[in-house]
Ligand binder design. Structure first.
Ligand code: HEC
Length: 457
């Protein structure tokens, strides 16, 4: 581990990534689908010379730019900020592999911003054909940035043959690429219609225009829902075995899978019965209900997609505890504290008595005062466990998971972490270091609840 560690109490750092990413994704998909909506519908409104619809589209373009360019860009930077701090090693691998892809994404991103601004601010001042063309340039570049970023994020779930042949294209065209592009494209169509409904139901007072908007956007939304389902099936089919097993094993994920099916079906039925069959149903209340249900389905989907990435952050390459798979054996032999740049420096600075020359003397660590041993155990916990567990309070806190465990049990489970739960990385350190960690864990494990003494020890 060659990076310092960012300790996020309660939430754990990956959950912070998830929180920022989910919010970002809800806007980023709208940025793609909404662009398509604006290009397509402006073209249509010009063709049928529908003045009122054009006026509505202009207002929508303003709302669209405000939400996607301002909010989307801020949360997008937020993702870089959180992944860089929370997952420096995985980010390093992504940058080394895909720097060219990211450069291209920025090119498209600039195109997006420029064309979006021209589309809105030159409204009425450009010839109709040019105006529509600018809209299509926006839509195409927004979709290209979706394709580029999806190739890179899908890589983490299943990099395919990349560990053997480490080229850009082998990584980019990974087994998850097509399914996820399909699902995200469909998701963009769907989400854009839900944003349109929300905006139009509040802004448009004329029932005829509202009906037109409702029915025009119903087909893309229904098509989007179908693409999401097809992409979802592909996603499942190309999951690595460990991810599929994690999906089946974790109770929280079981519940979420049921939830996502139920909510997606509900959204589909509401779209079909509402905007598609009865456009007049589109009241603000109905639009809000649809919007919230759509966001719930989206967020759940993103959460599941992230959560099955265990024990790897990048499958077969980077472990959930921020170590490359090929670093583990060395850390087990020479010591986790010893092989980490920052941990070795920490021990050298605080406990010179535990150093033999420039190396850490493992046995000497266990001669440190009890309190210092617990301190080093806490350091190891933060590096190796905090990616998935809070300490005593918060997400999957080990204080609760180990409630009432004896010190012996705690120490023994460290030797078998990846056996007890296959989606945990193996213990990565020496037996002495496991002793340190066990001391810390023993000090934070809550006692058994009163009246719940085990029958026999
Ligand atoms: C990649 C993520 C990940 C990492 C890293 C990780 N765990 Fe876990 N661990 C889990 C998950 C997921 C569970 C199941 C939790 C649940 O069901 O609530 C779990 C369960 C546990 C349990 C419950 C009992 C058991 O053995 O199944 C203990 C104890 C535990 N982890 C300790 C640790 C310790 C100590 C570390 C650090 C050395 C660690 N974990 C690192 C993901 C991880």
């Amino acid at each position: 581990m060659h990076y310092p560690w960012w300790y996020v109490p309660f939430l754990t750092a990956p959950m912070l990534i998830a929180a920022v990413a989910v919010v970002h994704v809800l806007v980023a998909h709208y940025a793609v689908g909404g662009g398509l909506f604006l290009a397509l519908e402006t073209q249509y409104a010009y063709r049928v010379k529908h003045k009122a619809y054009l006026e509505y589209l202009r207002g929508h373009a303003w709302f669209f730019i405000l939400v996607t360019v301002v909010f989307g860009a801020i949360t997008g930077v937020g993702i870089w900020w959180t992944i860089g701090l929370a997952s420096p090693l995985a980010t390093e691998v992504l940058i080394q592999t895909f720097v060219f892809g990211w450069a291209m994404e920025y090119v498209f991103f600039v195109l997006e911003i420029v064309s979006a601004f021209i589309f809105y601010y030159f409204w009425g001042r450009l010839p109709q054909r040019t105006h529509v063309t600018v809209g299509w340039i926006y839509a195409a570049s927004a979709w290209m940035s979706l394709v580029l970023i999806t190739g890179i994020t899908a890589f983490m779930l299943n990099p395919g043959a990349w560990p053997e042949r480490r080229t850009f294209w082998v990584g980019f065209l990974n087994p998850q690429f097509v399914p996820q592009v399909l699902a995200r494209t469909g998701g963009s169509f769907l989400l854009a219609s839900l944003y349109v409904y929300l905006h139009a139901s509040i802004k448009v007072k004329d029932p005829a225009l509202r009906n037109l908007i409702a029915s025009r956007s119903a087909r893309p939304a229904l098509l989007g829902a179908v693409l999401v389902v097809l992409g979802g099936i592909g996603w499942y089919a190309f999951l690595p075995e460990s991810a599929r097993a994690a999906l089946a094993a974790a109770a929280a994920l079981n519940v979420m899978m049921v939830l996502i099916f139920a909510v997606t079906i509900a959204v589909f039925v509401m779209l079909y019965l509402g905007p598609y069959r009865n456009p007049g149903w589109l009241t603000p209340g109905f639009a809000i209900l649809l919007f919230v249900a759509g966001l719930a389905a989206f967020s759940t989907g993103e959460f599941i997609r992230e959560a099955v990435r265990k024990p790897y952050i990048i499958y077969n390459v980077v472990m959930g505890n921020q170590l490359r798979v090929d670093e583990i054996a060395d850390a087990q032999r020479r010591g986790f504290l010893e092989t980490g740049t920052w941990t070795r420096a920490l021990v050298a600075a605080r406990y010179p008595q535990a150093m033999r020359g420039r190396e850490i003397d493992e046995a000497a660590l266990l001669r440190l005062p009890e309190e210092d041993q617990r301190f080093l155990g806490r350091v190891i916990f933060q590096y190796q466990c905090n990616n998935c567990h809070a300490a005593q309070v918060g997400y999957s806190a080990v204080g609760h998971l180990m409630r009432g465990w004896s010190p012996e049990l705690i120490r023994r489970v460290l030797d078998h972490l990846d056996e007890s739960t296959f989606f945990m990385p193996p213990w990565t350190g020496t037996p002495e270091e496991a002793d340190l960690l066990a001391r810390y864990l023993t000090s934070i494990a809550f006692p058994r609840p009163g009246g719940m003494e085990p029958a026999r020890r």
